[in-house]
Design a protein around this ligand. Structure first.
Ligand code: ZN
Length: 415
């Protein structure tokens, strides 16, 4: 199953070079496609296969389901439900306000994929002119209700010209966990360049390829993440559109992210962090195909160890429950072959997921109360990127003898 269609090929979305998948995670459902039992018959699957483009260095999916498949019946995701993310975006916004916007008269900030206004509310509070671009109508409505100027549209060359005509050029364009979702990267890059002032900046952050390779966190790879960026690939992708990478800053969010700052070519000097990061990526071998062959082997080894552990616990009659019905967990359960025989249910606090089945693996998703009511022997930590907060919160689980199973950066049992 995991080896099907190994020679699937297409063209790089950034440079157009011939692209071949270096591995396949097999038949995969939509990561966020939590479903009712009567929907199993019509569940959609595609082949999840990543490729690395050697000429431009871009890590990408060979095949991505069409947006109507990915977002069909999708529940609205509201960023602001996480306190941790609220603080993160408050700091992100402050760094822009105290950085590029400092001393500017009547600056204008645009955010791509502005969600419920979790970042822009900080600009709104300071009286900064702003505009959010949020394709999801329901989510944009929530932002507007809080006084955040938001339009529901997809960003590209056309919308950039439209915004510029109405509001003028932007001092800063921002995006968080959005750029890696957009297949037409050249179209967005052109739009950004068109909308940006000559002394403006484009700042975006996304999960970082260097972390994913170092930690074997292959669960970053799912339908919505069409790209996993590195400083090298970002530099190469934006240069043809007149944008230069001038700063990078690692972030802890999403299990390891990178914040990239781009500016019109030759408009400002690059910080030393850029060259240092590019050098680290060369050392790590992020530009070499062998690195991805090794990554494939690491994924296979991780899967083998996890299944050995789950099968052994099952033979011993231990209760194992999943913690966090994340999008990322869909890649893990389907690639590894985890079934309800291994994991009794997945505990999740999101009401709309509760009572449904996990995509592909069909593991029941149940309310958090059920985890607390009868602690299992083991909890498989699908939300590993929030490990510190969760383990802090669940001290009584461990005090009662419960153990965590983690699989990033390696498969192990921890208390
Ligand atoms: Zn390419």
């Amino acid at each position: 199953m995991s080896e099907l269609n190994q020679n699937r090929a297409s063209a790089c979305r950034v440079c157009g070079a011939h692209l071949t998948a270096f591995m396949s995670f097999g038949r995969m459902p939509i990561a966020n496609g939590f479903l009712k039992s009567e929907e199993i018959q019509s569940e959609y699957f595609f082949e999840l296969a990543p490729a690395f483009c050697e000429p431009c260095g871009m890590f990408q999916l060979v095949e991505q389901p069409s947006p109507d498949k990915m977002f069909h019946g999708r529940y609205a995701f509201y960023s602001s439900t996480s306190r941790y993310m609220q603080v993160h975006f408050e700091r992100f916004a402050q760094s822009v306000i105290n950085g590029v916007l400092a001393g500017r008269a009547d600056p204008f900030v645009v955010e791509l994929g502005s969600n419920d206004g979790i970042m822009l509310r900080n600009f709104h509070a300071c009286g900064v002119r702003h505009l959010g671009v949020e394709p999801s109508v329901n989510v944009a409505e929530v932002a507007r209700g809080c006084g955040i100027n938001t339009i529901s549209a997809f960003f590209g060359r056309k919308l950039a010209s439209h915004i510029e005509a109405e509001h003028g050029h932007a001092d800063a364009i921002l995006a968080a966990n959005v750029m890696c979702h957009i297949p037409d990267l050249p179209g967005v890059a052109d739009g950004v360049r068109r909308l940006l002032r000559p002394d403006g900046v484009f700042v975006f952050e996304d999960p970082y390829l260097g972390d994913m390779i170092a930690k074997t966190s292959y669960d970053q790879i799912y339908d919505e993440h069409v790209f996993i960026f590195s400083a090298t690939s970002v530099k190469n992708a934006f240069a043809p559109h007149g944008l230069e990478l001038v700063d990078v800053a690692p972030q802890k969010t999403h299990g390891g992210s990178m914040r990239y700052t781009l500016a019109p070519m030759d408009s400002r000097p690059a910080t030393s962090a850029v060259d240092e990061c590019l050098a680290r990526e060369r050392e790590q071998g992020l530009g070499r195909s062998e690195t991805y062959v090794r990554f494939k082997q690491s994924c296979e080894a991780s899967r083998a160890r996890l299944m050995e552990m789950l099968n052994s616990l099952r033979r011993e009659g231990r209760r194992v429950v999943g913690y966090g019905a994340t999008s990322k967990s869909t890649t893990v359960t389907n690639y590894c072959g985890i079934t309800p025989e291994h994991v009794e249910f997945i505990s999740d606090t999101t009401p709309i997921k509760q009572g449904k089945l996990s995509p592909g693996a069909h593991i029941p998703v149940r309310p958090y109360d059920e985890f607390v009511r009868a602690f299992p022997d083991y909890a498989l930590l699908f939300a590993w990127n929030h490990s510190d907060e969760i383990r802090e919160k669940e001290q009584s689980f461990v005090a009662g003898g419960g153990r965590w199973i983690v699989y990033v950066p390696e498969v192990k049992v921890v208390s």
